[in-house]
Design a protein around this ligand. Structure first.
Ligand code: SF4
Length: 357
């Protein structure tokens, strides 16, 4: 008689969290200016730095920039948190980014406005199932994307971000190593195709990038034939195949600056428009169409977990700094797990420094 597994599948886990995230309203508060002033004052008083991801709202990114903090992709956020002199880091992003900041800077306090802000890639790669997958393929070098839990990173040989994935896998392939890749199947396929490496894929996906549709981009391109198509490699292959530039968030922002085009069709979370508009003032930006032409898409190019970083909960967090209640916002990583996760993370950072990536 076969055993019935009690454990939910990775897809069920993602759906459960997504339903909760999508049910949350996100209204711009009427007292935004006062909240911004309070947050800036509190950051100063507590020697804290705000580190925001490109996918957070324009208000949060502007606040990070104008308060002496930082806006960037996950690799840049991790580097900034480690190098900055602030004793406290407030991470506006999703949970794995807070964990990475804590692992790299264990002596610092790391807080997030909402600990519920997570990621379908992280959720879709539970450590127990992933560990079984690794155990079944002991001959492979385990390379995991940064969008994973501390426990999954601790099980890996290498951690990579989208800005460095191609370089790392190309390097490993040149040494004759076979790769076990997790969790994003689209990015993993893209890396395998580009490098020619032998890559075994975990079947995770990003619920935002998965929804971009090639046909919608082709239709938009007919209306704007001179626009360049910029695609993040977490998107499906038919979308990647239409791209003029495929790259990480930072690489796509650079493309809007360096390409001569006056317009861009962008297949990634539209939070990135805040920095793209700074990089290419006067140029036109169009978001690539998603699944349901507005009616049935789940994310509509807006990550529901990134949207959990709001002025109000950030102001509430800053008001708790120095008080016992701030514990509810603290990112903690078990020290032995952090030590294990630091090894593949350190490998990535050393590799990035040596290659100047
Ligand atoms: S946009 Fe996708 S990869 Fe990024 S945090 Fe959201 S679900 Fe995760």
């Amino acid at each position: 008689m076969s055993e019935i597994s009690e454990k939910p599948s990775p897809q069920q886990i993602v759906k459960t969290y997504l339903d909760v995230a999508l049910a949350q309203p996100h209204l711009k508060p009427a007292n935004s200016e006062q909240l911004v002033a309070n947050i800036k004052l509190g950051l100063q008083q507590h020697n804290a730095a705000l580190i925001a991801h490109y996918y957070t709202s324009p208000e949060i990114q502007e606040l990070a920039e104008t308060s002496g903090g930082f806006v960037g992709d996950s690799l840049e956020m991790a580097r900034f948190g480690k190098q900055n002199s602030a004793s406290t880091l407030l991470v506006a992003g999703v949970k794995f980014m807070g964990e990475t900041a804590k692992i790299l800077s264990p002596e610092k306090r790391v807080y997030m406005p909402s600990l519920e802000a997570t990621c379908s890639l992280d959720l879709g790669c539970p450590i127990d199932q992933f560990s079984d997958f690794c155990d079944a393929h002991p001959d492979r070098t385990v390379v995991v994307y940064a969008n994973t839990s501390a426990a999954v990173k601790a099980r890996a040989d290498w951690v990579v971000t989208s800005s460095i994935a191609l370089d790392v896998v190309d390097y490993l392939d040149s040494k004759g190593e076979k790769i076990l890749w997790a969790p994003d199947k689209y990015l993993g396929s893209y890396v395998a195709e580009k490098t020619g490496a032998d890559v075994l894929l975990w079947q995770g996906s990003c619920i935002v990038h998965e929804e971009f549709k090639a046909r919608g981009i082709e239709d938009l391109k007919k209306l704007h034939p001179d626009a360049a198509v910029l695609v993040h490699p977490e998107s499906p292959k038919p979308v990647v195949d239409l791209a003029d530039v495929v790259g990480s968030t930072s690489q796509l922002i650079d493309a809007t600056r360096s390409l001569p085009h006056a317009a861009f069709i962008v297949a990634t979370d539209q939070g990135i428009f805040y920095k793209m508009q700074q990089a290419c003032p006067g140029k036109q930006l169009f978001i690539a169409p998603t699944g349901g032409a507005g009616a049935t898409c789940r994310s509509c190019a807006n990550c529901p977990w990134m949207a959990m970083n709001e002025l109000e909960n950030l102001a509430a967090l800053v008001a708790r700094l120095g008080k016992a209640e701030v514990e509810q916002n603290e990112i903690l990583v078990d020290s032995s797990l952090a030590d294990k996760a630091m090894k593949p993370l350190g490998r990535m950072l050393d590799f990035a420094s040596s290659r100047k990536v």
